[in-house]
Design a protein around this ligand. Structure first.
Ligand code: HEM
Length: 483
C-alpha cells in the first residue's frame, strides 16, 4: 500500500495477517463473487495471507484490464505444488509470460488458429462426430463417456496422428491420469502447505511430513510420461517414414530440431490435449443438459435443419452459414454453462491504476466469466436458455456474443477457440439433425428433471444427469448407422 496513495478496489473486510482466507468460497465461487459485487461493485479486492486478489464481475472492466492492458496482465500465478514441483508449469496454461509461452502460442496459432487451417481436418471431425452419434444411439446411458472418447480421438489424431483404441487406450489413460492428478493438486478444498510457505519446496522427500514431495514426484512422472510417450511414438514413426501429418510432424519438419525446439514442441503438444479435451467435452455435456431442460430450443433448431437440409443427409460445415438458429444454440450453450466460470487467473506484472483504484503488482486477477454471461443488464432472463437472443430482429439487436469473454482475455485468451467452435458446432448440428433428447423417466414412469447444477473445478461440468436419447426417425438413424 505504501506504493500508492490511491485506495485499493473495495471488497469484504478481512482479518489482520490472514486477510479474507476464511471468506474465500471453495464451491461455486462465482456466485459468492456476484453477491459481494452487489455490495462492493464490479471490481473488488480481497487478500489471502498478504496475496492481493482482484475479482472482476464486469466484462468491460475485464477487457479494459486483461485485454487492452494485456502487456501487464498476462502472467500466471506460480503454483508451487501443481506448477513448480509437479511440473505443470511446463504446459501452456501455467507457463509464465515469457518467450517460451509466445513460442507455444505461435505454434498453436499456426496450426489451428483460423477456420481455413482446420479445413484439412473436416473429414476427421465429420467421421468422429458420426461415430459418436452412432455409439450414443447404441448406448445412450454412456453418452458422457462417448463424448469424451470423440474429443480425445480428435485431439490425439490432430496432435500426434494417433488413432485411439476404443477400449483402454494407453495414451488416453495416461492423459486421463495426469488430468485427474492435476485436479488433485489444484483442488480448492485442499491446502498444500508448500503453496503457503514456498521455502518448503526445498525440504527433501525423506523428511517426515514431506509427503507432498512424494506426491509431486509421482504425479510429475505421470505428467512427464504424458508428454514424452506420444512424442517418442511420433518420432519413431517419422524415423520409419510412417508418420501421419499432424501438429508434431509439421513442427518437427520445419524446425531446426534443436533440443530446445523439440522440448517446446513436446510441451505445446501436451498442452493441446490437456487444454482441449475436457473443455469441449464439458461444452457438449451442457448442450445435452440444455436440450433435456429446454425442449423448445431443440424443436426450433430441428425445424431449421429440416427445412434447410432435409432428411437425406447430415449437416456439414458448408451448411453452417445457412443455419442461424443452430449457430445461436451454440452461442447460448457457451453463455448458459461457461466451461471456465472464473477464467484461469492472470497475474499482474506491474502496478496499475484503474478508475482511481490502485491495483498492486503481483495481484492475481479472477475474471468472473459466469457473472458476465449471466448479467441481467446484458442478457434478458439470463437463467433461461434462449438462443433467439442472438438473432437480431427489427428493433431488437442481438445480445452480446458470449465469445466476448467465454474464451478468456488478451494474450492468454484460449488458443483453441477456433477448433472448439468448429468441432462443437458440428457435434451440435449433427446431434440436432439425428437425435431427440428429452427427460428420462424413473421406474414409475415419472419424468426426471436434471438439477442443472454444476460440479466444482477449473473446468465446469454439469452434475451427472440422466436423459433419454433416441434417434429422431429410422431415416436419421440410417444417416449415422453405417460403417
Ligand atoms: C468450448 C471449448 C473451450 C472453452 C470455453 C475454452 C475456454 C478457455 C478459457 C476461458 C481459457 C483461459 C483464458 C484466459 O486465461 O483468459 C482457455 C485457455 C486455454 N485453452 Fe481453451 N477453451 C476451450 C477449448 C479449447 C481447445 C479445443 C483447446 C486446444 C486444442 C484449448 C486450449 C487452451 C489452452 C492451451 C489454454 C491456455 C492458454 C494460455 O494460458 O495462454 N481450449 N480456454
Amino acid at each position: 500500500r505504501k506504493r500508492s496513495s490511491l485506495p485499493l478496489p473495495p471488497g469484504p473486510p478481512g482479518l489482520p495477517v490472514v486477510g479474507n482466507v476464511a471468506d474465500i468460497p471453495t464451491t461455486q465461487p462465482y456466485k459468492t463473487y456476484i453477491e459481494w459485487g452487489q455490495k462492493y461493485g464490479p471490481l473488488m479486492h480481497i487478500s489471502a495471507l498478504g496475496q492481493p486478489l482482484i475479482i472482476v464481475n464486469d466484462v468491460k472492466i475485464a477487457i479494459d484490464l486483461l485485454d487492452k492492458k494485456s502487456a501487464l496482465y498476462s502472467d500466471r500465478p506460480t503454483l508451487r505444488m501443481a506448477g513448480e514441483l509437479t511440473g505443470w508449469d511446463n504446459t501452456l496454461v501455467l507457463q509464465h509470460y515469457d518467450e517460451r509461452l509466445k513460442e507455444y502460442r505461435r505454434y498453436i496459432h499456426r496450426f489451428l488458429g483460423t477456420r481455413s487451417n482446420l479445413e484439412r481436418f473436416h473429414p476427421l471431425f465429420e467421421h468422429e462426430s458420426r461415430l459418436m452419434l452412432k455409439r450414443i444411439v447404441e448406448s445412450p446411458e454412456d453418452f458422457a463417456g462417448l463424448i469424451r472418447h470423440a474429443a480425445g480421438a480428435i485431439i490425439m489424431k490432430m496432435t500426434y496422428g494417433y488413432s485411439i483404441r476404443d477400449d483402454k487406450d494407453p495414451f488416453v489413460s495416461l492423459v486421463d491420469q495426469a488430468t485427474t492428478e492435476f485436479g488433485d493438486v489444484t483442488d480448492a478444498r485442499k491446502v498444500w502447505f508448500v503453496d503457503l510457505i514456498p521455502a518448503l519446496k526445498y525440504v527433501p522427500e525423506w523428511v517426515p511430513g514431506a509427503t507432498f514431495q512424494k506426491v509431486a514426484k509421482a504425479y510429475g512422472q505421470t505428467l512427464k510420461d504424458m508428454a514424452d510417450v506420444p512424442m517418442n511414438w511420433v518420432k519413431q514413426r517419422m524415423a520409419a517414414g510412417e508418420a501421419e501429418s499432424c501438429f508434431v510432424t509439421d513442427l518437427l519438419e520445419e524446425s531446426g530440431r534443436t533440443a530446445q525446439e523439440e522440448r517446446n514442441i513436446k510441451w505445446a503438444a501436451a498442452s493441446l490435449y490437456s487444454g482441449g479435451a475436457d473443455t469441449t467435452v464439458a461444452t457438449l455435456h451442457t448442450f445435452f443438459l440444455c436440450m433435456t431442460l429446454f425442449p423448445d430450443a431443440q424443436r426450433k433448431a430441428q425445424e431449421e435443419i429440416d427445412s434447410v437440409i432435409g432428411p437425406d443427409r447430415l449437416p456439414t460445415f458448408a451448411d453452417r452459414h445457412r443455419l442461424p438458429y443452430v449457430e445461436a444454440v451454440l452461442s447460448e450453450v457457451l453463455r448458459w454453462g461457461p466451461v471456465g466460470p472464473i477464467d484461469i487467473p492472470h497475474l499482474l506484472m506491474e502496478d496499475d491504476v484503474y478508475n482511481g483504484y490502485f491495483i498492486p503488482k503481483g495481484s492475481i486477477v479472477f475474471a468472473n466469466i459466469w457473472a458476465m454471461l449471466h448479467d441481467a443488464n446484458t442478457y434478458a432472463d439470463p437463467m433461461e436458455f434462449k438462443p433467439e437472443r442472438f438473432i437480431a430482429r427489427p428493433g431488437k439487436p442481438a445480445e452480446q456474443d458470449p465469445r466476448a469473454c467465454s474464451f478468456g482475455f488478451g494474450r492468454r485468451a484460449c488458443p483453441g477457440m477456433t477448433l472448439a467452435e468448429t468441432t462443437v458446432w458440428l457435434w451440435i448440428a449433427t446431434a440436432l439433425a439425428t437425435l431427440n433428447v428429452s427427460k428420462a423417466r424413473d421406474a414409475d414412469g415419472v419424468e426426471i428433471t436434471p438439477s442443472g447444477r454444476y460440479l466444482d473445478g477449473t473446468i465446469a461440468h454439469p452434475e451427472p444427469f440422466k436423459c433419454s436419447i433416441k434417434p429422431r426417425s429410422p431415416a436419421t438413424e440410417a444417416l449415422i448407422n453405417y460403417d
